[in-house]
Design a protein around this ligand. Structure first.
Ligand code: URA
Length: 201
């Protein structure tokens, strides 16, 4: 059976793999385009996300929408999710064991979406592929890790707390737009049927 975004969302809503569901109002599975090839990965739902069941709908989400609009993208044209799908109490940082318990959903999303690029927002998302790296050092520079192109960025909430980070975020989105316009699309062709294969091509 092929997996689907709807099936993944339904299973996330029923997930009890870590205790975060006990204090959350509801799960926030993620939303957006299945075809865009662009996956934004944040940290965890906050108050508004927990209330609405949708990612990035509070103040950080408004900034994300603005930054996307700055490169001509609407949020509906990308897919947005988080490293944990239930709100941690008091908006504390997600614990390593909560992130690990939620990893299965990231893997399922990656398998279905097959993104050209994963834009990591903040250090928790970056740590999925680049643990121990300094976001200040590597933001805005795409890297291929385990076959996935990872584009690390600051978290929009960090730019709200420290407005001096905002120009760097705008520059990173501009770099993302250039990447999307110029990086070759890797199309994985299925192998030809066996009866069409020849030894000499
Ligand atoms: N911050 C996040 O990391 N994710 C959200 O969904 C909202 C705020």
């Amino acid at each position: 059976m092929t997996d689907s975004l709807t099936a993944i969302s339904d299973e996330i809503r029923a997930c009890r793999s870590c205790p975060l569901w006990k204090t959350a109002t509801q799960a926030v599975p993620g939303e957006g385009s299945a075809e865009s090839g662009i996956l934004f990965l944040g940290e965890a739902p906050g108050f508004h996300e927990d209330q609405q069941g949708r990612p990035f709908v509070g103040a950080a989400g408004h900034l994300l929408d603005e930054l996307l609009a700055g490169i001509g993208l609407d949020r509906s044209a990308v897919f947005i999710t988080n490293v944990v799908r239930h709100r941690p109490p008091e908006n504390r940082d997600p614990l390593p064991e909560e992130i690990a318990a939620c990893d299965v959903w990231l893997r399922r999303h990656l398998a279905v979406l097959q993104p050209r690029v994963v834009v990591t927002l903040g250090r928790h998302a970056m740590g999925k592929w680049l643990p121990g790296e300094s976001i200040t050092r590597i933001h805005g520079k795409p890297r291929v890790v385990d076959g996935i192109t990872v584009f690390p960025m600051f978290h929009p909430a960090a730019a709200l707390r420290s407005p001096s980070l905002r120009p760097a975020m705008v520059a990173d989105f501009a770099a993302l737009a250039i990447f999307l316009a110029t990086a070759p699309q890797v199309v994985v062709e299925p192998p030809p049927p066996a009866d069409q294969m020849t030894l000499f091509g």
